[in-house]
Design a protein around this ligand. Structure first.
Ligand code: PAF
Length: 282
């Protein structure tokens, strides 16, 4: 695996490959790599000749400075993981390379960034939109891969690509879970053993709610039961638990005629905030 530190290095290495009709897949990450990232790499390798992983902890998508500072950074381990994978290039830029100056641009995603993650983390999707645009412009991949765990981010990025006519296909890869159902996330590294044990309540509540919904129980009654589950777990603080349309993120009170519906949740365990979601019909 080759490490590329600057836009210029990316350009000179990848242009030759593009000229030789090689397809390029990009897996953007913020490091602290886990099996979920490796799943993105595995799928990328199936669909692209060349796989580029980027690691950049993007300051502009953190609405909270402490969260940015505490974001897990495990570069040595990440390099070891990537060296043992099928990744061809790692793009490891400095902050100055990505942000030579503070962006003046701000992106308004309309309704999509006003609810759930958008409303609890103001400015977060603006930062995601800017950095993803930059990565797409620098790497110019044919396909970019994102995890389904960040479902609202996926919806935002699909709209970004559509509205700005980026010449890239967005592939979404299913969430990888631990044996107890807990979704893999870099932030899990910040959980102490007690919080980790408590945190399985998120996936438990999501899968419980999904099966009750499919059995025909009304959503409002399910949500009441989920609130009670969370109230009985002292470490957990539920932030939201919503039934939504998966692509457009409209909040629903029943499944109705919708074809693509998900339940999204966010909760704190001590000071660690986790998100997860399940799709209802697959
Ligand atoms: O999902 C992430 O890790 C980040 O939001 C991303 C897409 C790499 C942008 O910084």
């Amino acid at each position: 695996m080759y490490i590329l530190g600057t836009k210029e290095e990316v350009n000179s290495n990848l242009q030759i490959l593009r000229n030789n009709n090689k397809t390029i897949g990009l897996v953007p990450t913020m490091g602290a790599l886990h099996q979920g990232h490796l799943e993105l790499v595995k799928i990328a390798k199936q669909y692209s000749d060349i796989v580029v992983v980027s690691i950049f902890v993007n300051p502009t998508q953190f609405n909270n400075q402490e969260d940015f500072e505490k974001y897990p950074k495990t570069l040595d381990k990440d390099l070891e993981i990537l060296n043992n994978s099928e990744v061809n290039y790692l793009f490891l830029p400095d902050t100055e390379d990505i942000y030579p100056s503070k962006p003046l641009l701000s992106i308004d995603f309309g309704h999509l960034d006003k609810i759930l993650e958008g409303s609890f983390r103001p400015g977060h999707f603006n930062g995601v939109g800017i950095v993803v645009s930059k990565l797409l412009n620098i790497v110019k991949p044919h396909i970019a891969y994102f995890g389904q765990k960040d479902l609202q981010q996926v919806a935002i990025i699909k709209r970004l690509v559509q509205d700005l006519s980026f010449d890239v296909q967005i592939n979404v890869v299913p969430t990888v879970r631990e044996e107890d159902g807990m979704a893999l996330s870099s932030r899990n590294l910040r959980l102490d053993p007690e919080s980790r044990k408590a945190a399985r309540i998120i996936s438990k509540a999501l899968f419980f709610a999904k099966s009750e919904l499919l059995l025909g129980r009304p959503w409002l009654s399910i949500r009441k039961m989920v609130n009670q589950m969370f109230e009985s777990e002292p470490i957990a603080k539920l932030e939201y638990f919503e039934l939504i349309t998966s692509d457009t993120f409209y909040v629903l009170e029943s499944i109705g005629e919708e074809k693509s519906v998900s339940i999204c949740a966010a909760a704190y365990f001590s000071d660690v905030r986790l998100i997860d979601n399940v799709s209802i019909f697959d």
